[in-house]
Write a protein that binds this ligand. Structure first.
Ligand code: PSU
Ligand code: MN
Length: 301
């Protein structure tokens, strides 16, 4: 494992550090927006006074704090970087492979080096055909065993959101809205599902995380909705969803390919509008994660 000098120094000095994942860069967003979004997320974290730690695996080395150049290498299509969930990281290391980490893979690494906050776009969850496919993202089980706070705009709207919320409940993951009691719907600000808890400030979110971890080994999902002005039009969203499911069914995709295929069809169907929304929300999540990490670092002795 290689921890960049900047991240190592920040951790040593007890400064706030925010982990950022790379699956969204390599498998979630189209080029060249992907690299641009990754660096804007890093800028957002820095503006909050924290240090970003973008995580991925290059040639079997887990890198915490990828440089822009390393990120560009990881995102090169010909490299065919694998999508690494928590179970895959060790395998990729042992076999000397390249891979981008999902939320599950990222928190496994981040927690190990002492980072406690991460940001993403939308958490993975229970897929709509899960009663047949058993497809439930390992992001949920990873959060059920890792004491991390993840800032996300809810879970991706391609999922069964109600079922995902039930699983988060069963798994003991705390779900807290940021300035809302409505669970966000990723491309849409409101999924239509209510949540029990909300906080109004990053300091409150940090206090929730610090208290939660006294009583539970699980994580916290801080649900930050995309601004209503920035969300995808409701009707366009419904049409894009239908088209995405249609394409996935025709291609017969399963497993880790499902989410990237659905997101890519969203981008095609909406002529890039979904990419713009995804970009806006993940940058906002990185900023909020920075504010929370800052507050966490200031509340620790
Ligand atoms: N958020 C986004 N785009 C993405 C992801 C999150 O805006 O592509 C990625 C994350 O890495 C998350 C993964 O962990 O999607 C979920 O994949 P799956 O459904 O295969 O578990
Ligand atoms: Mn899956």
């Amino acid at each position: 494992m290689v921890v960049s000098d900047e991240v190592q120094t920040a951790l040593h000095e007890g400064r706030g550090v925010v982990a950022l994942e790379t699956t969204i860069v390599v498998h979630g967003l189209p080029a060249p927006t992907n690299i641009e979004v990754a660096s804007l997320c890093e800028d957002s974290v820095r503006e909050s006074g924290c240090v970003p730690a973008t995580i991925g695996v290059l040639g079997g080395k887990v890198v915490v704090g990828l440089s822009t150049q390393q990120l560009e290498i990881l995102a090169t299509p010909s490299l065919e970087a694998a999508k690494l969930s928590a179970r895959d990281v060790g395998v990729a290391v042992a076999l000397g492979r390249d891979g981008a980490t999902t939320v599950a893979g990222t928190i496994a690494v981040a927690h190990r080096v002492g980072i406690s906050v991460m940001a993403t776009g939308g958490l993975g969850g229970v897929h709509r055909d899960a009663q047949v496919s058993f497809d439930e993202s390992a992001d949920l089980t990873a959060l059920s065993r890792t004491s991390m706070l993840v800032v996300a705009s809810g879970v991706k709207s391609i999922l069964d959101i109600g079922a995902t919320l039930e699983r988060l409940d069963t798994l003991g993951v705390a779900v807290v809205g940021y300035r809302t009691n409505h669970f966000p719907g990723f491309y849409r600000s409101d999924s239509g599902f209510e949540i029990d808890w909300s906080v109004d400030t990053a300091r409150e979110a940090a206090a929730v995380f610090l208290a939660h971890r006294v009583f539970s080994p699980t994580g916290v999902l801080l649900a930050n909705p995309v601004a209503t002005e920035a969300q995808l039009d409701a009707e366009l969203h419904e049409q894009a969803l239908a088209s995405a499911f249609d394409v996935a069914r025709k291609l017969g995709v399963s497993g880790k390919e499902v989410t990237p295929v659905l997101l890519a069809e969203f981008a095609r169907f909406t002529a890039g509008l979904s990419v713009k929304v995804n970009r806006d929300l993940v940058i906002a999540n990185a900023r909020l994660a920075g504010e929370v990490a800052n507050a966490v670092s200031h509340s620790q002795p």
